[in-house]
Design a protein around this ligand. Structure first.
Ligand code: NDP
Length: 288
């Protein structure tokens, strides 16, 4: 099966590595060509000259880009994939995108006989490396069944979220909760340290009690207390996810003051620290 993979970033390159083997025939394209060339030195893959070249004979195209804005750019930009994708092919967008843009892309592709599913992932770079990502997808079951082996190559828990855009919606809210939990666990520990309780002792109790979260159980003990701070996920990407959730809430007229406040805090942090800062530079986080 001919596959094109577009976007060899922190997580995309690890996902693509599972497709660089039989029964797949992989072509990659990355904006910074040196990353694609390095990928092809280490894996069985052809490097395409441009996005259109990557997808022209592919049955399945995967995009893994920062946001839906870049997916639109790869579709419509110079040598874009919209014109080049063959009738009957499928675009799986693994970007943590935004639901309205995914719906509009699906409609545009549908008019040209190309299918679309949004399929963002969670589990971070660790699960991407081991091919055990959680994949939440939105779209038609008949389309999913055609591409199931591709998604199973990098996913372990694979869940149908609903119609197109539902995977993006679920991903945005999951990451908004992650962000809320990071802030709340950090605030709670800050109080306890000031009150003279050792962080390790505090976490031992919290993690055996009802205040626990993935932040308290995994992220803070493994990455902050150890001072390991692995750099796996850009702050700007988490900020983008919470912003998608905040906009969804507004559009749906849901009252979400905690998510709004967290979105503001992460926005401030990204403004101060810049686009390329990874979460580990601020505090440690993964499982995005
Ligand atoms: P990175 O920032 O590491 O990589 C982004 C990729 O997109 C790079 O290949 C980059 O190319 C490419 N790109 C950026 N802008 C453009 C553009 N205008 N046109 C074409 N290509 C472009 O992101 P990640 O790999 O970390 O994340 C990808 C997606 O997966 C995001 O939506 C993120 O939220 C999600 N995600 C990430 C996780 C993680 O742990 N990292 C976990 C779960 C989801 P170039 O090399 O040239 O910069």
């Amino acid at each position: 099966m001919k596959i094109a993979f577009i976007g060899l970033g922190d997580i995309g390159a690890l996902m693509a590595s599972h497709l660089a083997r039989e029964p797949f025939d992989l072509t990659v394209w990355n904006r910074t060509a040196s990353k694609a060339e390095e990928f092809a030195r280490n894996h069985k893959a052809r490097v395409a000259a441009d996005p259109a070249d990557a997808v022209s004979d592919a049955a399945v195209v995967i995009t893994c880009l920062p946001s839906s804005v870049e997916v639109e750019a790869v579709l419509h930009g110079e040598n874009g994939i919209l014109e080049a994708m063959g009738k009957g092919s499928v675009l799986i967008d693994c970007t943590s995108g935004d639901p309205p843009t995914s719906r509009s892309i699906a409609a545009e592709l549908g008019g040209r006989g190309v299918e679309f599913i949004d399929a963002p992932v969670s589990g971070g770079t660790t699960a991407a490396k081991s091919g055990t990502l959680t994949v939440m997808w939105g779209g038609e079951i008949t389309v999913f069944e055609r591409v199931r082996p591709v998604i199973e190559a990098f996913g372990k828990k694979i869940v149908h979220a609903g119609h197109v855009g539902s995977g993006d919606a679920l991903k945005a809210v999951n990451n908004a909760l992650l962000a809320v939990h990071i802030l709340s666990a950090a605030e709670g520990l800050a109080i306890l340290v000031k009150a003279g309780v050792e962080p390790k002792v505090a976490l031992e109790v919290i993690n055996a009690s009802s205040g626990r979260s993935n932040s308290s159980e995994n992220l803070i003990p493994q990455r902050v207390l150890t001072r390991a701070f692995p750099r796996t996920f850009r702050l700007a990407l988490l900020e983008k996810d919470i912003a998608i959730a905040a906009v969804m809430a507004e559009d749906l007229d849901a009252k979400t003051p905690l998510i709004s406040l967290t979105a503001e805090r992460f926005h401030e942090a990204r403004e101060k620290l810049g686009e390329s800062t990874k979460i580990a530079d601020v505090a440690s986080v993964d499982d995005a």
